[in-house]
Design a protein around this ligand. Structure first.
Ligand code: 1HE
Length: 277
C-alpha cells in the first residue's frame, strides 16, 4: 500500500493537499485510488464543499490511476444532500445546484476509469444518487436505501430520476419516494442496486479485489464499457448495432487486444473460471 506522501505519487499529493477535510484520497498499489467521504459526524451528508472536493478529484485524476473505489468513513455511506444548505436556496439557485451535481456526477459516470462504490449503513437521497454514478456497487449487509425527498418536500436533483429507474425500475423508485419505503441490503441486491453483497466490514476489501481485476483489463475495453455500453443500451437498436460494430472493431484493432489473444492461443493467458459461490 502506498499513501499520498509516497514520492512516486507527486500528482496525488498535490491533489490531496487541495481537498477539503471532508474528502480523503489514498493511492493503493500505485493504480487504485480510494476516495473516502470523511464527514462521519454528519453521516457523510453531501455539502457543497464535499461534492466539489469529489469533483476536483475526477477532474484531475493522476494518469496512473486505473480504478477508483468510493467509500464513506464510519457506519454510513451517505445521508444525502446536506439539508442545512437547502434552506438558503431559492428556485433559481436550486436549478443551478442540481445542474452542478449533474455535471459532477456525469464526470464520475463517464469519466476516465471505472468506479466501485462501497455501500454501508445509510445510502439515502443524494447519497444513493452518488452511488448510482458508480459502475459497480458493493453493498455490506448493513446498507439500506431510502429516498425521503417525499417527506422533505423536495425531489431528487442529482440525476437519481435518470439513473435509479435504470437499476430498479420507475415503479420501485416511485414507491420509495411516495411512501418513504426503506429497502435493506438484501432487497437492494435483489432489485439491482448492488451487484455484490458482502458481510459487514468486508466491502472495501471486496472492492479492492474487483479493482485489481478491472485495472488489468485492456484500457480500450474499460473505455468501451464506460462510454460505449451505456450509450448503446440507450440507443435505438439500429444505431446501437452500428455503434457496437464500430467499437468492437476499434477494440480488436488495438495492439493490446492482439497481444492478449496471441497469449491465449499460446496458452499463456488465464482461462475463464467457473462461478464462485
Ligand atoms: C445531516 C444529514 C443531512 C444527518 N443533512 N445534516 N437526507 C435525509 O433526509 C436523511 C437525514 N438523516 C437521517 O435520517 C439520519 O441522520 C440517519 C438515518 C442518516 C443517521 O441517523 P443517526 O441517528 O445515526 O444520526 P443523526 O443524529 O441523525 O445525525 C448525526 C448528525 O448528522 C446530526 O447533526 P448534529 O449537529 O445534530 O450532530 C444530523 O443533523 C446530521 N445529519 N443527515 C444535514 N442529510 C440532490 S438532491 C438530494 C436530496 C436528498 O438527498 S434528500 C435526503 C436528505
Amino acid at each position: 500500500m502506498q499513501d499520498s506522501t509516497d514520492p512516486r505519487s507527486a500528482a496525488l499529493t498535490s491533489l490531496a493537499d487541495s481537498l477539503p477535510p471532508s474528502v480523503k484520497v489514498t493511492l493503493i498499489e500505485e493504480s487504485i485510488l480510494v476516495i473516502t467521504l470523511a464527514r462521519a459526524h454528519k453521516r457523510n451528508a453531501l455539502d457543497d464543499v464535499t461534492v466539489l472536493g469529489v469533483a476536483a478529484i475526477f477532474e484531475a485524476l493522476p494518469p496512473a490511476v486505473r480504478a477508483v473505489v468510493l467509500t464513506g468513513e464510519g457506519e454510513h455511506f451517505s445521508a444525502g444532500l446536506d439539508l442545512t444548505e437547502l434552506s438558503d436556496r431559492d428556485t433559481v439557485a436550486g436549478i443551478a445546484h442540481s445542474r452542478l451535481w449533474h455535471r459532477i456526477f456525469e464526470n464520475i459516470q463517464f469519466g476516465q476509469v471505472p468506479v466501485i462504490a462501497v455501500l454501508r449503513g445509510a445510502v439515502i437521497g443524494g447519497g444513493l444518487e452518488l452511488a448510482c454514478t458508480a459502475h459497480i456497487r458493493v453493498a455490506e449487509t448493513t446498507a439500506y436505501y431510502a429516498l425521503p425527498e417525499g417527506q422533505r418536500g423536495i425531489f431528487v436533483g442529482g440525476g437519481g430520476s435518470v439513473r435509479l429507474p435504470r437499476l430498479i425500475g420507475v415503479s420501485r423508485m416511485a414507491d420509495m419516494m411516495l411512501t418513504g419505503r426503506t429497502h435493506d441490503a438484501q432487497s437492494g441486491q435483489a432489485m439491482g442496486i448492488s451487484q455484490y453483497l458482502v458481510e459487514a466490514g468486508k466491502g472495501l476489501e471486496t472492492a479492492l479485489e474487483l479493482a485489481r481485476k478491472i485495472r488489468n483489463n485492456a484500457p480500450m475495453t474499460n473505455f468501451a464499457v464506460l462510454h460505449a455500453l451505456p450509450r448503446i443500451a440507450e440507443s435505438d437498436p439500429a444505431a446501437g448495432y452500428l455503434t457496437e460494430s464500430l467499437m468492437a472493431a476499434i477494440a480488436q484493432g488495438d495492439e493490446e487486444a492482439k497481444r492478449r489473444i496471441r497469449d491465449f492461443l499460446a496458452k499463456r493467458a488465464t482461462k475463464v473460471v467457473g462461478p464462485q459461490s
